[in-house]
Write a protein that binds this ligand. Structure first.
Ligand SMILES: Cc1cc2nc3c(=O)[nH]c(=O)nc-3n(C[C@H](O)[C@H](O)[C@H](O)COP(=O)(O)O)c2cc1C
Length: 325
């Protein structure tokens, strides 16, 4: 009997390995196809991401306490090459205006420190011609900064959020969802590449259909007013070490969105996206979400009913998770 039990466990382990492999191959295929690669690296979105990484190198260098005079020549050279290519192909836009501001500040910093290569001074005038004078890029200086200027009872606010799984009949206006997204846009993201997209399902039958495909909404799917799907665009991932980056960026955004909804008096519960290739494919087809976007999580939203119950949701103690090094 023990012998058969061992064989059974081995077979089930083998099947599990096979299933994992199939899913890893699916992830590998998607990442290789949509993230930056030699076949697509001059497409608009991929180019924007590369430009963002390069200009971010300069803006973050400028924001250090004592930037090294002359830093960033390699990044600036690559940035100008990409920018000129971008101008030729797509013209000017908010991104190029922003980049030119950063380049200007970087050139000025190096000029002021006698480290500017004359070639950059020349390029500065050339680029100025192509810019809308928006002054959206570069750094901002804070003096006598007092963090408490933003003070409100953040602790009480965060602690008062809970997952709601029983929504009331009142609808949530589209403007409120838009406002929550506008707040969450201030989320950090790797090199400020902002890969997140927000899809909002308003149609009850789509919400129910998706609930059937993915689950996690049993018992309350009918009461959901709107279902938000947080995705991250793989085209912003530049190379293999970033294979998980878009999930992290999506998660950071989703948490901010959850808190923004809470601040606007909207009930919400964040919902998993634990899918397989088949479910992903069915979802992309059902909702028309581009395949280059990875679904990170869903957030069900709705109003608070008059009376409801939620789990107490015991949280760990700080000392259980805090490890000092
Ligand atoms: C990534 C993630 C996936 C989740 N998936 C589901 C889900 O599918 N269905 C659900 O009812 N709750 C889901 N939740 C909500 C958790 O169950 C909930 O956050 C947790 O129990 C703690 O409760 P609280 O949000 O009230 O603090 C999910 C939460 C996270 C962060």
């Amino acid at each position: 009997m023990k012998y058969f039990e061992k064989i059974r466990k081995n077979i089930s382990y083998g099947l599990g390995l096979f299933r994992n492999l199939r899913i890893f191959i699916y992830d590998f295929y998607r990442f290789s196809k949509y993230s930056n690669n030699p076949l697509n690296c001059y497409e608009r979105k991929q180019l924007q991401s590369k430009i963002t990484i390069s200009y971010h190198d300069l803006e973050r260098g400028l924001s250090l306490k004592e930037p090294r005079p002359g830093f960033g020549v390699k990044a600036a050279t690559e940035l100008i090459r990409l920018l000129n290519f971008y101008f030729d192909k797509f013209g000017k836009d908010d991104l190029t205006d922003n980049v030119i501001d950063v380049l200007n500040e970087w050139i000025s910093y190096n000029s002021n420190n006698n480290k500017c290569l004359s070639i950059f001074e020349g390029i500065r005038f050339e680029l100025k011609e192509k810019c809308n004078e928006s002054l959206t890029g570069g750094t901002v200086t804070y003096r006598d900064f007092k963090p408490e200027i933003h003070s409100f009872n953040y602790s009480a606010f965060v602690k008062s959020r809970f997952s709601l799984r029983n929504f009331g009949p009142e609808r949530i206006p589209d403007e409120v969802i838009k406002k929550s997204v506008e707040i969450s846009i201030y989320s950090p993201s790797a090199c400020n590449r902002q890969p997140v997209k927000i899809h909002v399902l308003k149609n009850k039958s789509d919400i129910i259909e998706l609930g059937k495909l993915q689950g996690g909404t049993n018992g309350f799917v009918e009461s959901i007013d709107k279902l938000i799907i947080v995705t991250a665009d793989l085209r912003t991932s530049i190379y293999y070490k970033e294979r998980n980056q878009h999930y992290v960026d999506g998660g950071v955004f989703a948490m901010n969105l959850l808190l923004a909804l809470h601040s606007l008096g909207v009930g919400a519960v964040i919902l998993n996206w634990a899918s397989d290739p088949k479910t992903d494919k069915q979802t992309y087809n059902l909702l028309g979400i581009p395949k280059r976007e990875t679904i990170v999580v869903r957030i069900a939203v709705g109003s608070y009913p008059k009376n409801f119950k939620v789990p107490k949701s015991l949280k760990r103690k700080p000392d259980e998770i805090l490890v000092w090094h």
